[in-house]
Design a protein. Structure first.
Length: 78
């Protein structure tokens, strides 16, 4: 998944339990991928940095950028 143009691309990512989701920041400003319900947070991702999350439980997990709260995405675990 890319972070580009102040957006998560794709906005909704579907994975299976046990898959690894990867966020890569392609913007020149820092971003985060922060679980809206808590439980996970990438921390600050500078340009070119990436972060990985192993999908644990089935369900829909909304997330956002702590620096830019209008940036929103959803991780769907099947």
């Amino acid at each position: 998944m890319e972070i580009r143009g102040f957006a998560y691309l794709p906005a909704t990512l579907e994975v299976a339990v046990g898959d690894t989701a990867v966020w890569i920041n392609r913007d020149v400003v820092p971003h985060t991928a922060t679980g809206a319900e808590g439980g996970w947070d990438s921390g600050d991702l500078a340009e070119g940095q990436s972060w990985r999350l192993v999908a644990g439980q089935q369900g829909s997990q909304p997330y956002y950028c702590a620096f830019h709260p209008t940036m929103r995405g959803t991780l769907v675990v099947r």
